[in-house]
Design a protein around this ligand. Structure first.
Ligand SMILES: [Zn+2]
Length: 149
């Protein structure tokens, strides 16, 4: 973490189905739970001077497993993410869109990361109810208030 890198989009067909399904399921919960617009998930990998694929290129970003492109409504997920960590990261990135929506002066500080991680933990618990089609119970598992100073 900390290095500045570029990412290239990896075709969905190159991403294990279990990871894609896990990301889509969590995104569908979070967008309903947080009242978010449609968010597109793009899988990407770090790239150097030569690119392997012809999809979207994201230049010069801090190295991360997930990035929320707020204006573009894109969630970038790093294909290096381990499968069991996909739901947490997807929820974390969704929360950044919620923060952005509700705070015109979106701060770039540690609070937004803390709040996003806190939400992701709650979302993981909510997912069980979401799977069982208990939507209101699922949505009651998460705190909509923002814990940002
Ligand atoms: Zn974050």
């Amino acid at each position: 973490m900390g290095d500045i890198v570029s990412y290239e989009e990896v075709p969905a067909s190159q991403v294990p189905l279990a990871k894609r399904l896990a990301a889509m399921e969590m995104k569908s919960f979070c967008t309903a739970d947080l009242g978010l617009p449609y968010l597109k998930i793009i899988w990407a990998q770090k790239c150097g001077h030569t690119r392997q694929y012809s999809g979207q290129l994201f230049r010069n970003y801090v190295e991360a497993f997930g990035i929320a492109y707020l204006a573009e409504k894109i969630i970038m997920l790093n294909i290096e993410l381990l499968e069991y960590k996909v739901p947490h990261t997807a929820a974390h990135e969704c929360r950044h869109f919620y923060q952005f929506k509700h705070m015109p002066d979106f701060p770039g500080n540690n609070d937004i990361e803390w709040d996003a991680n806190r939400y992701a933990e709650q979302a993981l618990k909510a997912l069980h109810y979401w799977r069982c089609c208990q939507r209101s119970t699922a949505m009651s598992c998460t705190d909509k208030s923002l814990y940002i100073s």
